[in-house]
Write a protein that binds this ligand. Structure first.
Ligand SMILES: C[S@@+](CC[C@H](N)C(=O)[O-])C[C@H]1O[C@@H](n2cnc3c(N)ncnc32)[C@H](O)[C@@H]1O
Length: 307
């Protein structure tokens, strides 16, 4: 939980006006519900979020006013069908109701902040992804759903009463299904599973990744390990950044944790805004980004006064 004024070397800062398109990347300490409304409409080409789930605490119920965008009407937002779907889904499981009450206003902000050709990556697991898919279909519009990426890993114990779950789910939604940015040629290729079945030339070039990504968790003794408990591997986030943003673009993670999106973005020449309410996360991000590859100017703000 964010405790104002505890971070050494970072003074309390009024966030409004701190972001500008030609300014430095930003790392903000604060509750994203208070910080996101201070950022202008439609400036991020890519948003990646990996929110906490079932953390044991009852999520706070908060509302952030819906902000109409100059970019046009949102088909799903607050419409009759969304309201009906929402009632049905959250009525089914009250644990999900708490979760969704926490996430929904933040997803509305994500929609507002995406550029007209922007993409949202929402990182979840098998316990919540099905509810979230139904709600996001209604919220963004079903035709704005692009992919469900399966990140498969092989780590930890093996359940003996069911198939051991060893994957996360990443839902991909775009703001405009007719005009979203996606550059498959910029994505690093991967080896064929059966290189003997393709020409030597193809085998040497590798293949485009599909929507199933086999990738290790962050290795315990690896270079990128920060010690932050929920840190995600740079390799999976890099794919999203390569496909859904161009060099120079702005990208956003408002559940930033150890700052994986920032580390990837700065190495790839993208600019970023990272937000987290935890002092520990903020310290980890500062350390990581100040020593990272392709280091760029970064402002560190304590948004304690932003609300
Ligand atoms: C699953 S972790 C993200 C891990 C991150 N993807 C990484 O690679 O390190 C979720 C993060 O959300 C942050 N968080 C939870 N509620 C928040 C809120 N209301 N505002 C800002 N950050 C929040 C937590 O402090 C935590 O660091």
């Amino acid at each position: 939980m964010h405790r104002r004024g505890k971070i050494s070397g970072v003074s309390a800062h009024v966030l409004e006006g701190s972001w500008n398109p030609d300014g430095p990347s930003l790392v903000v300490l604060g509750d994203n519900a208070a910080v996101l409304p201070k950022l202008p409409d439609a400036v991020f080409r890519m948003i990646y979020i990996d929110p906490p789930f079932n953390t044991g605490r009852v999520q706070r119920r908060e509302t952030v006013g819906t902000v109409r965008s100059a970019a046009g009407d949102r088909i799903g937002f607050a419409g009759q069908s969304y309201a009906t779907v929402r009632r049905g889904v959250i009525g089914y499981d009250d644990r999900f109701e708490h979760y969704w009450s926490f996430l929904e206003p933040r997803l509305e902000q994500a929609w507002r902040l995406l550029s007209p050709d922007g993409t949202l990556y929402l990182h979840l697991d098998y316990r919540e992804v099905h509810y979230a898919k139904v709600l996001l279909d209604a919220l963004f519009g079903r035709d704005c759903f692009v992919n469900e990426i399966i990140w498969a890993y092989d780590y930890g114990g093996r359940a003996r009463r069911r198939w051991p779950p060893k994957h996360d789910n990443i839902l991909v939604y775009v703001k405009d299904p007719a005009a979203y940015y996606y550059d498959c040629e910029a994505v690093e290729r991967e080896p064929y599973m059966a290189p003997g079945l393709v020409t030597a030339e193809k085998a040497a070039r590798g293949k485009l990744p599909t929507d199933v990504w086999w990738h290790t968790i962050v290795p315990t003794a690896g270079r990128e390990k920060t010690g932050y408990p929920t840190q995600k591997p740079e390799g999976i986030v890099r794919r999203m950044v390569q496909a859904s943003s161009a060099p120079g673009d702005w990208v956003l993670d408002f559940f930033a944790g150890s700052g994986t999106l920032g580390a990837v973005a700065q190495a790839a020449g993208r600019r970023f805004v990272l937000i987290d309410e935890s002092d520990h996360a903020f310290e980890v991000m500062k350390r990581r980004l100040d020593s990272g590859a392709g280091r760029v100017p970064v402002s560190y703000l304590d948004a304690g006064g932003a609300g």
